[in-house]
Design a protein around this ligand. Sequence first.
Ligand SMILES: [Zn+2]
Length: 116
Amino acid sequence: MLYAIDNIRIDGATYSVEWLESPDIPKACVAAVSYEKQKICIYKSHPEHDLQSLLHEIVHVINYNRLGEKLEESEINTIGCSLAQIILDNVEEIITMAGTGLTEIESDDDHEDLEL
Ligand SMILES: [Zn+2]
């Protein structure tokens, strides 16, 4: 369940995720991220919309960390919505992709030879 997510790793940092019940906010502001506190707050509405909000805030973090905040809000919104739809339309494939990464880490003996 989406609302069971209380932490999420983004670019090597753990962001806390807080799901809020209050409707007493302007509709334009349903979510926010604090880079300094590594915290994402989302006012709950509908799970699919809230997934979009979570991904939107994740894209904000990527934009902040890696892109010098070059992306405009509308671009962040488009990417967040697109990612949400891709995830919702491809749940089994997403799980398979995640499992593939785990399998490679567990079974790839070549990594033992790497000098770090
Ligand atoms: Zn935004």
